[in-house]
Write a protein that binds this ligand. Structure first.
Ligand SMILES: Cc1ncc(COP(=O)(O)O)c(C=O)c1O
Length: 347
């Protein structure tokens, strides 16, 4: 039985071109700055996001942590959404390792933060207050169903925040999905942020790694913080080689994932017992709800798994399905058959 794994875009296998590039990669000691393949990836990544410099890190979580460590000191306050990946799913790393206090504001269903609330949350000078040192945004927004924030939406927060001397960090784990979904150049989404993290290991299908980008001074501090958290990876060119293929060959095809996600969402919406807010389906993520009492969420997950379809239960009778490299249109049609069988009891 073919397994159609829709739990995440992190389950992607490296492409044949990536495996070949990994085999042939020239390597050196990256902690000494001597790995030519890592250096090539960092230069290419910086160019793609329109920043002076970039740093290869082991994961998105490490990239966000290193960015917060570089922008902040212990006791500083960082503003972010209450559905931000950094707040919900990074094991409290910002508090545990950077010693910052996270100030959460409600995320709107489309992943936005209300600019007025962000500005109002910035601390004034007062002996009792921690200083606000950073605002974090996320684009696309994972827990908000992969919604993409437009350049205008980003600017409505970034411009006034940065005018107040506070930098903005973008958790752009899937910012390439945002740029493809909106049909805008990636740099439009990154020009008004001070630092950006993006993942090579999600829709771009590389086996390992993320990038942090910013100005030279920021990246030099981030490089030191990466070393501090144990992220100096030595002959990392072996994995950076796949990242170069990811950036050169895997961006445009994200549009296929978005088309497949739309097909899946529209099919799920038709199923008696499921509901999807089609407005939130803007990239590769589909969040849908079980709206019948006929079965439990675990019945759905198990029933689908028995048919070879894997989705993630995310609580509150909601599930997440993510399309990616390796999932074709015919897989979506097969998955929808499985859903109909499990939820409606029909073939
Ligand atoms: C928005 C967002 N940020 C950060 C991460 C963390 O990435 P990693 O799993 O590589 O640590 C993820 C992972 O799913 C994510 O969705």
């Amino acid at each position: 039985m073919k397994i159609i794994d829709l739990r995440s875009d992190t389950v992607t296998q490296p492409t044949p071109a990536m495996r070949e590039a990994m085999c042939k990669a020239e390597v050196g000691d990256d902690v000494f700055g001597e790995d030519p393949t890592v250096n090539e990836l960092e230069a290419l990544a910086a160019e793609k996001v329109g920043k002076e410099a970039a740093l290869f890190v082991a994961s998105g979580t490490m990239g966000n942590l290193v960015s917060i460590l570089t922008h902040c000191r212990r006791g500083d306050e960082v503003i972010m959404g209450d559905k931000a990946h950094t707040f919900l799913f990074e094991v409290g790393a910002a508090a545990a390792f950077a010693g910052v206090q996270v100030h959460i504001l409600p995320n709107e269903p489309n992943g936005m933060l209300n600019p007025d609330l962000v500005l109002a949350a910035i601390r004034s000078e007062n002996i009792h207050f921690p200083p606000t040192r950073l605002v974090c945004l996320e684009n696309t927004h994972n827990r908000c169903g992969g919604c993409a924030l437009s350049p205008a939406q980003m600017d409505s927060i970034c411009t006034p925040v940065r005018e107040r001397g506070i930098p903005v960090h973008l958790d752009g784990a899937r910012v390439f999905n945002a740029s493809v979904s909106l049909g805008v150049d990636l740099k439009e989404l990154t020009r008004n942020v001070d630092s950006v993290m993006f993942c090579l290991s999600k829709g771009l299908s590389a086996p390992v790694g993320s990038i942090v980008a910013g100005n030279k001074e920021f990246i030099s501090g981030a490089r030191k913080n990466r070393k501090m958290v144990g992220g100096g990876m030595r002959q990392a060119g072996v994995i950076a080689a796949a990242g170069i293929v990811a950036l050169n060959e895997m961006v445009d095809r994200l549009a296929e994932d978005h088309t497949n996600a739309r097909l899946l969402a529209e099919g799920l919406k038709e199923i008696d017992g499921l509901d999807v807010d089609l407005n939130t389906v803007q990239s590769d993520i589909v969040i849908f709800s079980l709206v019948t009492e006929r079965m439990t969420p675990s019945d759905v997950v198990t029933g689908l798994a028995n048919q070879g379809v894997k989705v993630g239960f995310i609580g509150n009778r909601q599930f997440r399905a993510v399309t990616h490299y390796g999932i074709e249109e015919e897989d979506i049609l097969l998955a929808l058959d499985a859903f109909r069988q499990v939820v409606e009891g029909k073939a």
